[in-house]
Design a protein around this ligand. Sequence first.
Ligand code: SF4
Ligand code: SF4
Length: 474
Amino acid sequence: MNPTKIDTSNYRDHLSNVTQAGKRIWIYPRIVAGQFYKLRTYFSWVLLGLLLGLPWVEIDGHPIFLFNVLERKFIFFGVTFFPQDFHLVAIGLLTFIVFIILFTVIFGRVWCGWTCPQTIFMEMLFRKIEILIEGDHNAQRRLDAQPWTTEKIWKKSLKHVIFVIISFVIANVFLAYIIGKKELLAIIFDNPLNHLVGLLAILIFTGIFYFVFARFRELVCIVVCPYGRLQGVMLDKKSIVVAYDFIRGEIRGKHQTPTEKEIAKSNNQPVHGSCIDCKICVQVCPTGIDIRNGTQLECIGCTACIDACDEVMDKIQEPRGLIRYASMEGIEQKKKLKFSGRIASYSLVLVALLGILGYLLFTRSMVETTILRAPGLTYQQNTDGTVSNLYNVQVLNKSYEKMPVSFRLKNAEGTIKMIGKSLTLQSGEVDESSFFVILPNRAMKDNTIKIEIEVLSEGKVIDVVKTKFLGPMR
Ligand code: SF4
Ligand code: SF4
């Protein structure tokens, strides 16, 4: 094999965990140890703590995060967003997606390997429990192959009972992010008959999580996850990925003393590369691929093969890093990562989106006010030399506090006269009323003029609404 080329003969034609006949090949990843695994373990503790703990954290009695799609109420870092703030949520999501793309362009699938909840739960929780109960990859394989003995029944039952319990806990936490901890606790401690829908949701989520982590596993990353499917268009030769240094590794093979014939054929160059073809990097891979074939859709960047190969290199006394974080260009040309035009443009878009998001959040009003002229009416000419327009007003209180609301004309001589009820809104409440805007005739420079109405609460201007005012033809 040419050492500057990797073998691409047939690995892209099939999935690593499916037979030619379409049958699933169960993957038994070999236990891995090493510096990256250690780091990922510590990092996963922090992430698991945050993921499981955040629904229970409150600011001023309100959750710090809530994604209540049912009631269309969202809380990010303690700030409530209503459907009227959809543009902010959309920009926030867009910023998040661009951020992930930018990160992927530069660092490959760092997200998948280090922070994705699927990987964290699978590799750092469920897999560890499985190893604890059933033993290493060889023991698991033997156990699955053997008949249903008492030992097998006992081990499998214990494992699956623990899996169901953890799935139940995850389902509860997941639901807490959607409906909030108060509602969740009510479902848990109240009369079950009062919360049949909630209980059903918990059971369904438990079933889904159990299925995903006990059976479906790596198929989530390979078959379902849209992010994984997009790798092909996001990665380029400059992206930093978990990569096999084929220049150094090939020609792979057992390190034996070369024959005279081999030495002569190789023009006194080393007959073998650093890869001893032990396949331990394949055995540790949770998606069952051979990273030596190059970057693949199935690779979740979990770094297990880096740790495994480093251990092998230590044993054969070769430098570590035959498999490492590197770019294809870096490996081929021994080049360092450059700030490419694509990275620059993605960064610019990200900065611009962050700027817009920050501005919108910073200037976000605590009320959402809609002021519309009463339908079917134009204007009223009053006997005291004034002209008036009737408006309907709708106000949403987006704060956590009870809020009395009043209105005032901005930069215009005239008055506002409430004819509907005065508005005092509870947190999250929407209410309506009506008022007249009354302007002196001399203010009408045209038959339609623009006016601005200030919305006040306890003397403070909290919103300004622009609208039109109609008057007689001049
Ligand atoms: S672990 Fe390293 S030496 Fe062994 S097959 Fe993989 S790349 Fe080659
Ligand atoms: S190839 Fe390496 S980094 Fe990619 S999923 Fe397999 S073990 Fe993890």
